[in-house]
Design a protein around this ligand. Structure first.
Ligand SMILES: [Zn+2]
Length: 304
């Protein structure tokens, strides 16, 4: 192949594919990102999310159908910070010929959490600080405006309206969490997905598994959590919709053997939203569900 042919091929590859479509075709990895895109893009874009309800992004591998969607996409948005740990290669390949944007790229390091035992990497679960999620929405808006300039004003307008909604949600979440008595503000879940939520709204968080679900919880993790629950008289712990909850059940059993009753506080949406068409199938709905579930379980048990 001559040098000329190679350059021609490269030019053809980088020409935006959407030139022959009416709308941008935008693909996201997680449902949370797709929801932000739908709020900003409205009817002006077509959004496709690779990971549906109940899917664990830490373990997710792209299917043949996903590869087709990614190849067809005009823009690809992903979370980054190693959330999609098993998709890095394909995202890297796609980034050679189209815009592939990590929504967390550009968030100041001071706002990110660097948990212990995560090899010096940052915690990727930024969506549970509603204030931080607004930065992701702004990032998405900037990219859409840059690629599709004729609709930039509309994207901007939608984005501003959505951010107002998120500001209201952030204040509401804070008011609700404040209802939990200070000493009961401990959130124990299947994996460490809620670090940003704890930091933003003021409660301690502990997960049976670490920040990623790649390493399964062992007997030592169970013993560690059981000890905390018994010594601090914690009354409720939580399962998650997108990960294995065997460890959580084992913790409840072990506590029982030691004569401490800890109940299942409910199921939280951690790394995936609820079914499409339900309230929890939206970002705002998933946050509301989680906050209500946490407040109900941790406040009521304190009165008993
Ligand atoms: Zn996670």
């Amino acid at each position: 192949m001559t040098k000329y042919m190679i350059s021609l091929l490269l030019i053809l590859l980088v020409i935006p594919c959407y030139a022959d479509r009416d709308k941008l075709y935008v693909v996201s990895t997680t449902g949370m990102i797709a929801d932000a895109l739908e709020n900003v893009g409205g009817d002006l874009i077509t959004v496709d999310s690779l990971m549906g309800p109940g899917v664990d992004p830490h373990l997710y591998k792209a299917t043949a159908n996903d590869t087709k969607k990614l190849a067809r996409a005009d823009i690809i948005f992903y979370n980054g910070l190693h959330l999609e740990g098993k998709m890095q290669k394909i995202l890297m390949t796609m980034s050679r010929r189209k815009i592939v944007c990590a929504i967390t790229n550009g968030i100041p390091e001071s706002k990110l959490i660097k948990p212990e035992g995560f090899d010096g990497l940052h915690d990727p679960h930024i969506w549970f600080n509603v204030s931080l999620w607004q930065e992701a929405v702004k990032k998405i808006t900037g990219v859409l405006c840059g690629v599709d300039q004729k609709n930039a004003q509309a994207y901007q307008k939608n984005s501003e309206a959505y951010i107002k909604k998120l500001q209201t949600l952030h204040s509401w979440a804070q008011q609700q969490i404040n209802l939990i008595p200070q000493k009961s503000r401990v959130l124990i879940t299947a994996h460490d997905a809620f670090g940003y939520m704890g930091k933003a709204y003021g409660f301690e968080v502990m997960g049976l598994q670490g920040v990623s679900t790649v390493t399964e919880s062992g007997i030592k993790d169970i013993e560690r959590i059981v000890q905390v629950i018994v010594s601090r008289n914690i009354k409720a712990i939580f399962e998650e919709t997108s990960v294995m909850n065997k460890g959580v059940e084992a913790v409840i059993e072990h506590c029982k053997e030691l004569g401490h009753e800890v109940k299942m506080g409910g199921s939280l949406f951690s790394d995936a939203m609820g079914e499409p068409g339900t309230i929890e199938g939206t970002y705002v709905g998933m946050v509301e569900h989680n906050v209500k579930t946490i407040v109900r379980a941790l406040s009521s048990t304190d009165k008993e």
